[in-house]
Write a protein that binds this ligand. Structure first.
Ligand SMILES: [Zn+2]
Length: 140
């Protein structure tokens, strides 16, 4: 568990650092390792959620797990988008399939591919409350 926790923390700080330095060159292999760690953590959370549901745990317990899963998925999506932006690939938001950057729909599951420049619906309010990056972009 402790190892996974470390990986999650590292991946989160890596993603945070990356989102602050958009346009710079990143250590892609590091991000990929972070992403793999987060995926492992996500699998464990799903397992824990399944157990909680099976055990009829209180709703708060299940809600906490759901929040953690949502956070992990968001973090994974952030890292994947960063990786994709630095390489010539994008990842399907639904099934995670690796797709060409020009792909508009996933060739595996048919989901619409959200492009880097298009804000994800859930993220939209959060990005508005972060004026530091916005002012940087509009400065010139
Ligand atoms: Zn897909």
């Amino acid at each position: 568990m402790a190892i996974f926790d470390d990986v999650v923390v590292n991946a989160k700080s890596a993603a945070a650092a990356v989102s602050k330095k958009a346009g710079a060159f990143y250590d892609l292999s590091k991000l990929r390792i972070s992403c793999a760690g987060l995926r492992g953590e996500l699998t464990k959370k799903y397992q824990a959620l399944g157990e909680s549901v099976f055990n009829n745990d209180p709703a708060e317990t299940i809600d906490v797990l759901k929040d953690e899963i949502a956070d992990l998925k968001q973090d994974i999506a952030d890292i994947e988008r960063t990786i994709a932006a630095s390489s010539n690939t994008v990842f399907c938001p639904k099934c995670g399939e690796k797709l060409s950057k020009s792909a508009r729909y996933c060739s595996t599951c048919g989901a619409r591919v959200v492009k880097n420049e298009e804000p994800v619906a859930e993220e939209a309010p959060a990005s508005e409350s972060a004026p530091e990056t916005a002012s940087e972009e509009t400065a010139e």
